[in-house]
Design a protein around this ligand. Sequence first.
Ligand code: HAM
Length: 429
Amino acid sequence: MKIQSVKGTRDFYPPLMAVRNFIADGWKEASRRNGFEEYDGPIFEYLKMYQVKSGDEIVEQLFNFTDRGQRHLAIRPEITPTLARMVNQQINALPRPIKWFSVPRLCRAERPQKGRLREFFQWNIDIIGVDDVLADAEVIYTSIDYLRSLGLTSRDIKAKISSRKLLAGFLINLGIPEGQLDTIYPILDKKTKLPEAVFDEMLAKVISHKRTAAAIKEFMEFKDLSNISDYLLEVIRNSDEGTEAEEELERLLDLLETMGVGDYCVFDPGIVRGLAYYTGVVFEIHDAVGDLRAVCGGGRYDNLLKDFGGPAVSGTGMGMGDCVLEILLREKGLLKDGQIATLQIDNFVAYTDMELQKDAISIAAKLREKGEATDISYKSGSLKKQLKQASNAGAKKCIILSKEFIEDKKLIVKDMGTGEQELINADTF
Ligand code: HAM
């Protein structure tokens, strides 16, 4: 019976594993560079944890099961609820601000498509316990800092920034009841992801008044707060929330300018985010052409810890998947097949005769003991073949045991970069 891999999963053969590590190593480096500590949690949690506040979309995409003890569990589709649970458990012992990062493996039962799989890796950075938008700026800056370090410029990517608070203020002033907002957000989040007619139809199901629906669409298409029509501006400013959000956004954009990444950032009220727990600043980073799904997304969630039975401590953060990122890097020529070595050793030990194998093994063992990455040929055979094997393994040096070793215990050390050879005494090792 031939068993296939499951749809939407990936097999990481060494070249793909090297790419995955290249991405994850960069995420970890950028996290540490910006003052984040690493954490992780279990890969499955109680199902109800995601039903509390992640939103219907994620709940529909859960891989869930009942274990032998009749517990209802789910494989994690995101790590933010785990983070909230973990922080709540030790809230009084943890020094604040909490700046944590993680690179979890996540599963979502989505329809696999370009940039979306059923199993993926996602870099998370979160700052908990800071109400000031400076924390949101730090999260956006760190995301850009990483992408910029890969060679992506402000012409390649844009961080599109808005605020749930701004949107809430706007919607409430349009006469939409507060209790309806959580149903409307996931629909508005689809505006740029669906054909206009499909989106209009979905919106009409929750907003029957045509002028209201048109005003929402108009609002979401504005690119500049200073350019917004007087009518819409009045609607925003007519509420404390709207005014507060406008001030926060202005300060946030100013902070990002001060951090030197202003050219990567734009205000875009079309950004809503699909998850239910966001309460303030929201953002997504997209390729500038807009062909791909979001490279990353995040925002402020001031009630999540409280919703999980903890104190009212605020948080802000983001998640970046590896799939869209990899596609984007390949499209921009910043990641090429074979560019990342799957193996890079210091020495390869070769020998021309089986009677030299024991000495070769002993020399390889001594080099390994010294901490040098060393591999050895398992057969004597042709030297040409062994040198090819050394080169495939990315060896810096090839140590050859040949007739010079038999005659007077000398080794040939070949520099694989320059091709230069020298004879050294075997007892040097
Ligand atoms: P999210 O928007 O659901 O947010 O996911 C963030 C990113 O994860 C997406 O922009 C995308 O790069 C990647 N991603 C999501 N689903 C898939 C998939 N099926 N296949 C490949 N990549 C995917 C969250 O998960 C929030 N928990 C992020 C966050 C952290 N907010 C605050 N802190």
